[in-house]
Ligand binder design. Structure first.
Ligand SMILES: *Cc1c(COP(=O)(O)O)cnc(C)c1O
Length: 424
């Protein structure tokens, strides 16, 4: 039985561990800030998806942007997973891992450039998720030039509202994503006229960190109706791409059972597309697979009081994990080796020169001293992926724990790495 949260204390007075490996040992060996991932947990989450959709022909296309580390991609590739990419750079990562995995790639994104399109055509990806008529024209031109077939889905905008942070909601007409579903039939008719364009699917993605399954069912239902119409129009639509976006619960106090959540999600989608025969469902989960498999380890530098407030100043900053600053995101933060004594209330902040550089505000936790290690949990998705060199800080190291082994999957960046592309 794999626990819902893969980071657990090995026993009373024992440090927090990933699987069997204590995190203090990893921090000592690799330094901090350090991202640690559990391979078992990631594979467990993938298995939950596979099992939930077992009755439905499907392909799980992991959303690479959530965590694009090569080692993570390789783990998923070995399970036969597909990939949802949003740039040429992500495609380069996939073919670096396994050239033949390109056949399992769907390419999303509103701003595909001609070189990115050419690369995807040459690699022979599964599906282009086309997000505008302009993109369709460019794709047709490039496909004809390279004499390569371009299987496409239009990413439609279903005008479905889903409760999430406004920065990661995408399914409303006012958003930049997709093509208005009411215009889609006309655009497909247009697409079918191009020699090298092959309309093969319909795609939708309504946003990220959506915890209720109803909006997914509503969106898929609208897309299923469109598939029926398009088939009547004579198009041979094989794929329904339901996007990603299934959320997790970042608050430990909230009950969260990923096993049940994914079953509800699968039931809502399968119910919504039940009238369609011979359809392969494409799924693009990112966060749900990888968020809870990862934690960010950071060492406390100082504990400082300003008036009434206590600040725990850690060696990780917003450049290492920007979710709290960018999305007001909550992350549980726990000491790797909790001290006994009265709980304190403190802001946990980083060294970056921004007031927004915080991980938690007015958080209650056991007493903390300089040198202590903290684990910022559920940081596997949109953590390292969004890390930057802001304040000329090297991006954090990454370690993958599998069984009894911990493996360095990204060494610490050096000043030389950071300066390599510059000249003066
Ligand atoms: C970001 C994104 C995803 C993944 O979203 P998660 O919330 O991480 O599951 C899937 N598909 C598309 C098109 C995306 O932009």
């Amino acid at each position: 039985m794999i626990p819902v949260r893969p980071f657990i204390y090995l026993g009373k007075n024992a440090p927090l561990a990933c699987g069997e490996i204590p995190l203090d040992a990893l921090a000592k060996k690799y330094g901090t800030p350090l991202y640690v991932y559990s391979a078992e947990h990631l594979l467990y989450r993938l298995r939950l998806f596979t099992e939930a959709f077992c009755e439905q022909p499907h392909l799980i296309c992991y959303a690479v942007k959530a965590n694009p580390s090569l080692a993570i991609l390789r783990l998923l590739d070995r399970q036969g997973a597909g990939f949802d990419i949003v740039s040429g750079g992500e495609l380069e990562r996939i073919v670096t891992v396994n050239k033949s995995a390109a056949a399992r790639v769907v390419f999303s994104g509103v701003g595909k450039t001609a070189p990115e399109i050419d690369l995807a055509l040459r690699c022979g990806i599964l599906l282009f998720n086309v997000e505008s008529e302009g993109e369709l024209e460019l794709l047709a031109e490039r496909a004809s030039k390279l004499r390569k077939n371009a299987p496409i889905a239009l990413r439609v905008n279903p005008d479905v509202f889903a409760e999430t942070h406004p920065y990661i909601s995408t399914g409303l007409r006012e958003h930049k994503f997709g093509i208005d579903i009411r215009r889609a039939r006309a655009v497909y008719r247009n697409a079918a006229g191009y020699k090298w364009i092959e309309p093969a699917g319909v795609s939708v993605h309504i946003g990220s960190q959506i915890r209720s399954v109803e909006p997914f069912g509503a969106a898929a239902g609208r897309v299923a109706d469109l598939v029926t119409q398009l088939r009547k129009d004579g198009l041979s639509i094989k794929y329904l791409d339901a996007g990603g976006g299934l959320g997790i619960e970042y608050h430990a106090a909230q009950p969260f059972k990923p096993e049940e959540k994914v079953l509800q999600y699968a039931a809502a989608l399968i119910q919504a597309i039940r009238k369609l025969d011979d359809i392969t469902l494409l799924l693009e989960p990112g966060r749900f697979l990888v968020a809870q498999a990862g934690a960010l380890l950071t060492r406390v530098l100082y504990v400082k009081k300003n008036g009434e407030k206590t600040f725990i100043i850690a060696d990780a900053g917003m450049n290492d994990l920007i979710r709290p600053a960018l999305y007001q995101a909550h992350h549980e933060i726990v000491p790797v080796s909790p001290r006994k004594g009265r709980k304190i209330t403190a802001d946990i902040v980083g060294p970056v020169c921004e007031t927004g550089d915080f991980f938690a505000r007015d958080r209650e936790l056991p007493p903390v001293r300089p040198g202590d290690l903290l684990a910022i949990l559920d940081a596997g998705a949109y953590g390292h992926a969004l890390a930057s060199n802001y304040n000329s800080r090297p991006r954090p190291t990454e370690v993958l724990v599998q069984g009894k082994r911990a493996r360095l999957i990204r060494r610490r960046e050096t000043t030389a790495d950071m300066l390599a592309t510059e000249s003066m």
